[in-house]
Design a protein around this ligand. Structure first.
Ligand SMILES: *Cc1c(COP(=O)(O)O)cnc(C)c1O
Length: 208
């Protein structure tokens, strides 16, 4: 990560590595913690609870980021566990997160997930609807910090990263979660502040 940041002419400290720990067993998690990693990304609320609830009290500087789709009936669990929810992508979830915040007295930072490729099967708000969703999340009291995207697997990611950066800039947002094992270097060149890396760090995922 440091090398990729330097190669892009950026301060290494301006890019955070989110270790994507989904499906990893205890040994891999403990090894990552021993190596000093403290920022982890998880896809599913329940799986994350199993992996982190007992570890968390011993790790005051741990940061947990939800990077998978969130159902509104899991919003309360997500607000209770995560420091950052990267996958806000619809109005209904704004209300569910706001209600959970009020109830729990805890307000995770929020990123809006953008479906930059407008893929029907993929989560994320369409680019034309992002500004309105950000405005409504802010009005509801959510702490909106930035944007997240997963470009289409079969397209050059650079255009998608550039689009995400442009939408963030016009909305005054500073956090850009983009780039995975295969394309994090390009994402860093295009301004990523957080790259989400799984297989390049842990090796191939265990079968679910
Ligand atoms: C699994 C996952 C990643 C990590 O993917 P790798 O290609 O293994 O680095 C990043 N972001 C999201 C949203 C994921 O689900």
């Amino acid at each position: 990560m440091t090398a990729a940041a330097r190669a892009a002419g950026r301060e290494p400290a301006s890019v955070t590595l989110t270790a994507v720990s989904k499906t990893q067993g205890s040994e891999a998690i403990d090894a990552a913690l021993s190596a000093g990693l403290r920022v982890f990304g998880e896809n599913r609320v329940q799986e994350a609870q199993g992996r982190w609830t007992e570890r968390r009290p011993h790790l005051p500087d741990l940061e947990l980021r939800l990077i998978g789709p969130l159902q509104s009936n899991k919003a309360e669990d997500a607000v209770a566990l995560f420091d950052v929810i990267e996958t806000l992508d619809r109005e209904k979830l704004v209300g569910a997160i706001a209600a959970a915040q009020d109830k729990l007295g805890r307000a995770p930072r929020v990123l809006v997930q953008v479906n930059t490729g407008e893929e029907p099967q993929k989560a994320g708000v369409a680019p034309r609807d992002v500004d309105a969703l950000i405005a409504s999340a802010r009005a509801a009291g959510l702490t909106v910090k930035g944007l997240m995207a997963i470009p289409p697997a079969d397209e050059e990611p650079i255009l998608h990263f550039a689009l995400l950066a442009k939408i963030a800039a016009r909305n005054g947002l500073s956090v850009l979660s983009m780039g995975m094992s295969g394309d994090y270097e390009a994402a860093i060149r295009l301004g990523a502040t957080h790259v989400r890396v799984g297989s390049a760090l842990f090796g191939e995922r265990n079968p679910v």
